[in-house]
Design a protein around this ligand. Structure first.
Ligand SMILES: C=C(O[C@@H]1C=C(C(=O)O)C=C[C@H]1O)C(=O)O
Length: 347
C-alpha cells in the first residue's frame, strides 16, 4: 500500500495522470498510473473511464498506456504525515431554496415532473488528498471509492453509492436509486420519496427495453450509504446479441437520479438555472473492458485544487418538495464527503 501511495504523491508532483479505486465491499486497492500525460478521449477502448455530466467530455486512462498495481487495503491505514481536521461552516441556504421553489413552479406548470438540482460549495483550504482518500477508503466500505488525477482535468475524489451499470458479457445490471433520509433502524419512506424512486425505475426500464431480451426488476428496498439511507431497486437484463454495451451506457446516462424527467426539459432547467458547471459531478466513472465493465455515478464527490476544495451535492425535486427540507438533504449529503477531509499542515 505504501508503494501505491508514494507513487500517487510523486505522480501528482510530476503532473502525471493516475487513478486509485476500491470497489464496493472489497478490500483491494487498484491503481493505474498513466505513462504519459495525454488526455485520451473515451472511444470504447479499455481503461478507467472518467466522464462529465455533459456526455461530451468523456475521457479514459487507457490500460495499455498505464502501469497497474493492486494491494490489500490495510484497515485504517493512515498516512504517516499528521494532518489537521476542521469542520466546514454551514453554507448559505436561500439561493438554493429559491432555486427549488422555481423548479416546483415549473413542475406545477407541467414543464417536467422531476429535476435534480445541485449545489457547488467551495472552501479556500489546502487539502491533504492522500490522508483524505485513505480516510474515505476506510470510512465508506460499501461505496465505490476513488481518487482521480489528470493534469488537464484536475483532481477528483468520491465515495459513490450508485452503480450506473455493470456489464458481464451480455448480462447487464443497473440500479434505480433515489429518496434520501438519515439512516436509522425501522425507517419510514414518505409517498414523495417512493414516487421519486419509482420514476427512476420506470425510466430505466423504458430506456433499456429496446436494447435487451428480458428484464428482471427487484422490489424496492432500503440501502445504507454512510449516514444516509436511500431506496434502491436492482434491474437485471440481457443485452441483445446485436447490441454494444456502450449503447446501454449512452441511453442510461444521465438517469433521472441525477438529471430529471423527462430528461430534456429537466436538463434544460439545470443548465439554465444552476449557474455553475457540474463538470464531472453526476457524470460516471469506472472500469471499461470488452467483456466486463463496472461504472458508477460520480456522487458524494469533491474537486480538489491546490488551495481550495469544491463539494458537489444534489437532490431530486418533485411537486411536493419543500425547499428547506431539500436544503437539509444536500447538507446531509455534503457531510458524507466533508467528514473525511483532512487538511494540509500549514507551515
Ligand atoms: C444527486 C445526488 O444523489 C442522488 C439523488 C438522490 C435523491 O434525490 O434522494 C438520492 C441518491 C442519488 O441518486 C447527490 O448525491 O448529489
Amino acid at each position: 500500500m505504501q508503494q501505491i501511495i508514494t507513487k500517487a504523491k510523486s505522480s501528482y508532483q510530476e503532473r502525471e495522470p493516475f487513478v486509485l479505486f476500491a470497489k464496493p465491499n472489497q478490500s483491494v486497492l487498484h491503481a493505474y498510473f498513466q505513462k504519459d500525460a495525454v488526455l485520451y478521449t473515451f472511444e470504447n477502448q479499455e481503461g478507467f473511464v472518467f466522464s462529465a455530466f455533459n456526455s461530451k467530455d468523456s475521457f479514459i486512462i487507457p490500460y495499455e498506456k498505464s502501469e497497474a498495481y493492486t494491494c490489500e487495503i490495510q484497515p485504517l491505514f493512515l498516512d504517516a504525515e499528521s494532518t489537521e481536521m476542521e469542520s466546514f461552516p454551514i453554507s448559505e441556504s436561500s439561493c438554493f431554496e429559491r432555486l427549488v421553489e422555481q423548479a416546483v413552479q415549473s413542475i406545477n406548470q407541467n414543464e417536467f415532473s422531476k429535476v435534480v438540482l445541485s449545489r457547488k460549495v467551495s472552501y479556500e483550504v489546502g487539502v491533504d488528498f492522500i490522508s483524505s482518500y485513505l480516510q474515505l477508503v476506510s470510512s465508506y466500505v460499501s461505496a465505490f471509492r476513488y481518487l482521480f488525477y489528470h493534469p488537464k482535468i484536475g483532481m477528483w475524489m468520491g465515495a459513490s453509492p450508485e452503480q450506473l451499470v455493470q456489464i458481464n458479457g451480455n448480462e447487464l445490471q443497473t440500479v434505480a436509486l433515489a429518496g434520501t433520509q438519515l439512516y436509522q433502524e425501522n425507517l419510514f419512506w414518505e409517498e414523495k420519496e417512493k414516487q421519486e424512486q419509482q420514476f427512476v425505475t420506470d425510466y430505466i426500464i423504458g430506456k433499456l427495453n429496446p436494447l435487451v431480451e428480458k428484464i428482471n426488476v427487484s422490489l424496492p428496498f432500503t440501502v445504507q450509504a454512510g449516514r444516509l439511507a436511500h431506496i434502491k431497486t436492482f434491474i437485471d437484463a440481457q443485452l441483445k446479441i446485436s447490441q454494444k454495451a456502450i449503447e446501454a451506457v449512452k441511453v442510461l446516462h444521465p438517469t433521472p437520479a441525477v438529471c430529471g424527467l423527462p430528461k430534456e426539459p429537466a436538463l434544460a432547467f439545470i443548465l439554465a438555472n444552476e449557474k455553475y458547471d457540474r463538470k464531472f459531478y453526476s457524470g460516471f466513472l469506472g472500469e471499461w473492458n470488452r467483456e466486463k465493465s463496472n461504472l458508477f455515478v460520480n456522487l458524494r464527490c469533491a474537486e480538489i485544487e491546490e488551495n481550495s476544495i469544491h463539494f458537489y451535492v444534489g437532490c431530486g425535486i418533485t411537486k411536493d418538495s419543500i425547499p428547506e427540507k431539500e436544503f437539509v438533504e444536500t447538507e446531509n449529503k455534503l457531510g458524507t464527503i466533508q467528514r473525511i477531509i483532512k487538511l494540509k499542515i500549514k507551515n
